[in-house]
Design a protein around this ligand. Structure first.
Ligand SMILES: [Zn+2]
Length: 251
């Protein structure tokens, strides 16, 4: 970010956020990089070290060896997520909720950092699921991931549920259907927003990338905070380029 102008832009951003009556936020990987969680899609990120086509939902369900490799990948990734602390961008969004006017945060992240920063869990929609819980693919029961990852570490290489079903981290994998209720709520929220703020998402992963279009169609003010330009910048009232922490921290 250049040193000329950003202060004025950040002040303008703050004014729009302050005036919002039904603010909806879409957050992506860029909001969590300052918390030490690398963007999985970036060079050097998770998906440059592991082949995503190996970890499709279909393969996970069909193949015990794929499941073993998935839990093994989790053994290095999960502690990183557990250790991460919310940063000033997360805290700014929590402060916006306390002030009133923030209706929903729709996040593409699986790290739970919005809730840990103080946003009400009911106001956070995790459209790609959460890495902090495990779900049974048969009975649907959810549980904390700690004991399951510990079972893997102790030699249970294909952990199953009490019901006999396969256990899987509660993230949405490649090839797995989006969670229906969460996705429907996200689109309804976008349609009802008066201000729609994108933070740290390059808006290339669908269906999340469709949300700003829905908000714009219904007359919302679109605000974008992202390191790189996005396809929506031209349609946005404000598009600020820089880190989420330095920009949202500045409001
Ligand atoms: Zn089960």
């Amino acid at each position: 970010m250049s040193t000329s102008g950003p202060t004025t832009e950040i002040r303008a951003l703050a004014r729009y956020l302050e005036a919002a009556r039904s603010l909806v936020v879409l957050s992506g990987a860029g909001i969590s990089t300052e918390s030490g969680i690398p963007d999985f899609r970036s060079p050097g990120g998770l998906w440059s070290r592991y082949d995503p086509s190996e970890f499709t939902f279909q393969r996970f369900c069909a193949n015990a060896e794929t499941r073993r490799r998935y839990w093994e990948m989790g053994a290095s990734l999960y502690p990183l997520l557990k250790r991460a602390e919310p940063n000033r961008a997360h805290r700014a969004l929590a402060a916006l909720e306390r002030r009133g006017g923030l209706h929903r945060i729709i996040t593409q992240n699986i790290d739970g950092l919005h809730q840990r920063a103080g946003n009400t869990p009911e106001r956070v929609i995790e459209i790609h699921g959460t890495a902090l819980e495990v779900t049974c693919l048969s009975c649907g029961a959810r549980q904390d991931r700690d004991p399951v990852q510990a079972r893997f570490a102790a030699g249970d290489l294909d952990p199953h549920c009490e019901c006999g079903g396969i256990l899987k981290p509660a993230t949405i994998s490649f090839g797995q259907a989006m969670p229906e209720r969460e996705t429907a709520t996200a689109f309804a929220d976008a349609a009802a927003a008066d201000v729609f703020l994108v933070v740290g998402s390059s808006l290339v992963v669908f269906p999340a990338a469709d949300l700003p279009a829905v908000a714009l169609e219904r007359g919302a003010t679109l605000l974008i905070v992202n390191r790189e330009p996005t396809l929506y910048d031209a349609a946005a009232t404000l598009a600020l380029h820089g880190t989420a922490g330095e920009i949202l921290g500045g409001i």
